[in-house]
Ligand binder design. Structure first.
Ligand code: 48N
Length: 333
């Protein structure tokens, strides 16, 4: 008897759904609220929402999510970690190459990493010049203090960059999702960066799982991961936190790096230049930036100043495009 369901051979299941119409733009009458909102005020007794069925909400979410997963299963560039460095890299890539499929994987429910607050949970965020150029690029207002600038609340920086990244058609954020391994291919090419542990592998994507699942591998039976193929991966997983410095620790356990030098003491003057200058491809196909890099190089930490994170993200994007074009030439996409 023929099987009741035969999976389509080499066909990508196209989820049929009509993408919603783009939102209309409401006219704003003067300095107040837009007219539709203004009309609601004082009329709440007659207020009601348009009707809906619960399954409609479920389908509106799941169809989009699984269409995104299907599409991004093959990505051009994956960024691990949506902290200030990863978000800056995503913004830069999205602006420079709207033709590329960029996937941003963030373990936390809330992207942003350590950039929702300045130092010691204080609100203001300091960036040393010339990182003010990135703020003007993105449209983050700041106060100019001469050699540095101050964003009145770190969340204004992070939410502005995040909103711009999320609005980009070619960038998809999968948050509450952890990268728990790297996809590798055997590789040896004199032209490429080599892991300090010698030739060995090229990174060809990431292995993912729901973060809550990743945190419970020790107390549940095997919960296998999912995968995303990509010829280039940028890792900006920071220096601390439950998943901090993920990729560089994995490179050591994969014998692609002999050891991590470990982040050194706080020295703002040395730390920020080193992180931006040394953002680079560590092993073929893997670029490391932000504070994760301090763990490889033994760079100083800079504490509560974020200019290096923004500009390391810009440089990581530039490096990723260089490697992507190299892979394309070598027909290894
Ligand atoms: O903010 P972080 O931790 O990392 P960066 O490098 O973007 O920014 C670092 C910056 O916040 C500082 O540490 C400042 C400048 N202080 C320096 C100092 O001296 O103390 O963001 C990393 C993001 C976080 O959101 C993590 O949740 C996420 O990466 N992440 C992961 N996401 C997915 N899979 C993983 N395996 C993973 N590991 C971390």
């Amino acid at each position: 008897m023929a099987p009741t369901a035969v999976s389509p051979t080499q066909q990508h299941a196209q989820l049929a759904f009509s993408a919603g119409k783009k939102a209309a733009v409401d006219e704003r009458a003067g300095e107040g609220l837009t007219k539709p909102l203004a009309d609601m005020m004082g009329n709440w007794e007659n207020f009601s929402f348009a009707p809906i069925r619960e399954s409609t909400v479920s389908r509106a979410m799941t169809r989009r999510y699984f269409a995104d997963l299907d599409q991004h299963a093959e990505s051009d560039i994956v960024i691990i970690g949506a902290g200030s460095c990863g978000l800056s890299a995503a913004y830069t890539l999205g602006r420079l190459r709207p033709d590329l499929r960029i996937t941003l994987i963030e373990a936390g429910v809330a992207p942003g990493g350590g950039a929702w607050l300045g130092g010691q949970l204080f609100s203001a965020m300091v960036l040393r010049k010339p990182a003010d150029a990135f703020l003007r690029e993105v449209g983050v207002p700041y106060e100019d203090e001469g050699d540095f600038v101050v964003v009145k609340h770190a969340a204004l920086f992070t939410s502005t960059v995040l909103s711009k990244v999320l609005a980009m058609d070619n960038v998809k954020l999968f948050n509450a999702t952890a990268v728990e391994d790297l996809i590798t291919r055997p590789h040896h090419d004199d032209d490429d960066a080599e892991g300090e542990g010698g030739a060995g592998v090229r990174i060809a994507g990431v292995v993912t799982n729901w973060t809550l699942v990743s945190m419970h591998h020790d107390d549940q039976s095997c919960m296998d991961p999912n995968t995303i193929n990509a010829p280039v991966v940028i890792s900006t997983t920071g220096h601390d936190g439950p998943f901090g410095a993920f990729s560089v620790k994995r490179l050591v356990s994969m014998k692609q790096l002999r050891q991590l030098e470990g982040m050194r003491g706080l020295d703002m003057l040395r730390a920020e230049d080193a992180i931006v200058r040394n953002t680079r491809e560590i092993v073929p196909g893997l670029i490391v930036g932000g504070m994760e890099l301090s763990e490889i190089d033994g760079a100083n930490r800079m504490g509560p100043t974020f200019g290096a994170m923004a500009l390391s993200g810009v440089k990581a994007a530039e490096e990723a495009l260089r490697v992507f074009d190299l892979r394309k030439k070598q027909n290894e996409l």
